[in-house]
Write a protein that binds this ligand. Structure first.
Ligand SMILES: [Zn+2]
Ligand SMILES: [Zn+2]
Length: 380
């Protein structure tokens, strides 16, 4: 028989209490006093700053070591992140690394297998003493340890900053309702949606080995963390929305900080590796559907898909090689003479143009084969 649930009283009261307060106070305040522009601005700035500290700091920097940051950035992310009231960066990273390592299993602290609301927030309310694991690297960082010991106090100081603005503008209550209470609730649930909704709703373009999904709708609400299928496949990448058109405000901010020299050494997966993973998934899905077709239809279609896939795979591989070749040339540029370098550059340009054209042809062929396979499957 399963053990009865035991509740962590402090966590349960804090999570449900702040939500109940927000649900009661926000409509009441809007009805009696409306919303001033300072209240709205303070709410937006606090929400964005603290949410980004969770996404860029707790998650991508401390949990995944996806890039390096200078100490002012680390302090800023630790202080702002504490105001999310999602425990210390050390504990958060420990739980999160366990989530990645044991995703969807019994050992996953917020496994979607235990239900949507369990993954969303009841796992936080349950009294389960999860020990610190797999964070020996972070335990050597004095800043992380300082925040671990004092996170509640730091969080309380940062989270109540709007009250000072409220005092200065003579609008203490409005800033308490929107800048403190509502902000805490919004921060909590935007993080929680990654563990619940991004493991339930969306697409799986790169892997079906776990339940993580890409969800473009969640991305703007979660500072770019909505592309969770990509993230589970390449968790060490500093981006979550890796394509230029995918919303990832954390990535954009990190790019800006890198330009200012405050962060660097970004880790990223190559575009050709991403494209190959996507290709593999598409072929697998079509292959599964072809099982339903008659052998007379399935056999030639499978052969056509296979050859289109091989051609595309080769083109992607060659393109990747061309990039590596270019990098090597850049490295030896100083050693070669100017004339030799100019020749090498022209040669490289020609080879890139060739690879690009080949890649384009291969993609076109793959799309045609895929379209044909799909339309045949509709007919059978
Ligand atoms: Zn996940
Ligand atoms: Zn992660």
């Amino acid at each position: 028989m399963a053990e009865p649930r035991r509740w962590d009283l402090v966590n349960t009261l804090f999570l449900t209490g702040t939500l109940a307060l927000a649900l009661g106070l926000v409509p009441w305040r809007l009805a009696v006093a409306g919303l001033t522009w300072t209240e709205a601005l303070v709410f937006l700035v606090m929400t964005f700053a603290i949410g980004t500290a969770i996404s860029g700091g707790y998650h991508r920097l401390f949990s995944h070591r996806a890039y390096r940051a200078t100490w002012p950035v680390r302090i800023l992310f630790l202080c702002l992140g504490a105001a999310a009231f999602e425990n210390s960066a050390l504990k958060w990273a420990s739980d999160h690394r366990t989530h990645h390592q044991h995703v969807d299993t019994e050992r996953d602290p917020y496994s979607i297998g235990r239900g949507f609301w369990s993954a969303h927030w009841t796992w936080v309310m349950e009294a389960q003493a999860l020990p610190l694991t797999g964070v020996a690297d972070l335990e050597k960082d004095p800043l992380v340890l300082w925040q671990h010991r004092n996170h509640f106090l730091i969080g309380a100081v940062v989270a109540t900053l709007p009250l000072w603005i409220g005092l200065a503008t003579g609008d203490l209550l409005g800033h308490l309702v929107f800048g403190v209470v509502l902000r805490i609730v919004v921060t909590h649930h935007t993080t929680f949606f990654i563990n619940s909704a991004a493991h339930r709703f969306g697409t799986r373009p790169y892997t079906e080995a776990n339940t993580a999904r890409d969800n473009w709708l969640l991305a703007p609400l979660t500072y770019g963390e909505g592309y969770h299928n990509f993230h589970h496949q390449w968790q060490w990448d500093y981006r979550n929305g890796a394509r230029w058109y995918q919303w990832d405000s954390t990535k954009w901010l990190l790019n800006l900080l890198a330009w200012m020299g405050l962060v660097g050494q970004f880790r990223r997966v190559s575009r050709s590796t991403m494209a190959r993973a996507r290709l593999h998934m598409e072929e697998q899905r079509l292959g599964e559907r072809l099982v339903l077709a008659s052998p007379g239809v399935a056999r030639p279609m499978r052969a056509r898909l296979g050859s289109a896939r091989l051609r595309l795979d080769a083109a992607l591989h060659e393109r990747h090689e061309a990039w590596s070749h270019r990098k090597a040339q850049w490295r030896t540029r100083g050693l070669a003479g100017a004339e030799a370098w100019r020749e090498a550059k022209a040669e490289w340009r020609a080879s890139v143009a060739l690879h690009r054209a080949e890649l384009k042809r291969a993609w076109t062929e793959w799309r045609a084969a895929r379209l044909e396979a799909r339309s045949m499957l509709v007919c059978v």
